[in-house]
Design a protein around this ligand. Structure first.
Ligand code: ZN
Length: 302
């Protein structure tokens, strides 16, 4: 039986990792001096998570030094899980801590690529919240994308279609620049929303996308278009998007021919590395050892 040590030792990618929340709680606690009561624990959806962020983590990321340290801890913890490709999301909102200076922000992202070259292929991803100041996004995002440092973009926030038109031009620009197009959808939202987002933004990858499993035709649609879903089983269980790991639709998605990877989402909250999650999926009988090898191998193919 292949164990946790085996799955930790295997080289793999993490393609859905919000770097400001991407480190183990213990790592975070040591640096911040903050103890979050009764944590990690099962959460009551995203609102519960955002309450903890507002109370315990946002107040501890107030300066550019804080942001740099948070990202550094996340990359270090990824290396410990033998992540060899990390598509880590840096939230555009952190521009505020870099005096809204594009060059300083770009330099910060690039410095991690350089510092960790040889240990991990770090691919900075530009993360954008739908609820963040749109005028600032319009001012900053095209310039950040043109820098060549950001290899992918991601859009997150409420999984609704209202207001997504305003982001369309950034995906058109990404296509032009050869930047990978991702967005969060189908975490709590349904299959149709996944198809709508993929079509609207011409997405190459979906962050979560498990809602697609409710509809065979939409799974076929994703498989035909080879749209990769970067799923985060432990996040789904902790936030209540699925009732248990055993109920997780990852196998269904794989069997439908959708390219799938396993990712951490927010290690601080969910406390399970990619290696741990794959190991648990095998132990719980959700996927076979062969499926696990496919997940590991496919994750580092592109
Ligand atoms: Zn996410």
């Amino acid at each position: 039986m292949k164990d946790l040590q085996y799955y930790t030792s295997r080289p793999k990618a993490d393609k859905h990792n919000h770097l400001n929340l991407g480190m183990h709680y213990n790592t975070y606690k040591q640096w911040s001096g903050i103890t979050i009561p009764n944590f990690p624990r099962k959460l009551n959806g995203l609102d519960d998570m955002h309450d903890i962020i507002a109370k315990y983590t946002r107040p501890r990321s107030k300066t550019s030094e804080d942001v740099i340290k948070l990202i550094d801890m996340s990359i270090t913890d990824a290396i410990a899980d033998n992540i060899v490709i990390l598509e880590g999301s840096i939230d555009i909102g952190f521009m505020i801590h870099f005096e809204e200076n594009l060059d300083k922000f770009i330099e910060m992202a690039q410095s991690f690529v350089t510092t960790y070259a040889g240990k991990i292929e770090f691919r900075p991803e530009l993360g954008m919240g739908k609820t963040f100041n749109k005028e600032k996004i319009d001012e900053w995002a095209p310039e950040l994308m043109k820098s060549g440092v950001f290899k992918s973009i991601d859009l997150y926030g409420p999984e609704v279609e209202d207001g997504i038109e305003g982001f369309k031009y950034l995906y058109t620009l990404a296509e032009k620049l050869g930047i990978k197009k991702k967005a969060h959808v189908g975490e709590f939202s349904d299959a149709k929303s996944v198809r709508d987002f993929v079509e609207f933004f011409d997405l190459e990858e979906v962050q979560h996308g498990i809602g697609a499993a409710q509809d065979e035709k939409i799974m076929q649609f994703l498989a035909d278009r080879k749209v990769q879903c970067n799923v985060c089983p432990q996040s789904n269980v902790v936030l209540g998007a699925v009732s248990s790991l055993k109920e997780h639709p990852i196998k269904k998605m794989m069997d439908a021919g959708i390219p799938v990877t396993v990712a951490t989402d927010d290690l601080l909250f969910f406390d399970h590395t990619v290696g741990q999650q794959i190991c648990n999926l095998v132990t719980e009988g959700v996927i076979s050892e062969d499926d696990a090898e496919k997940l590991l191998g496919d994750s580092i193919k592109n």
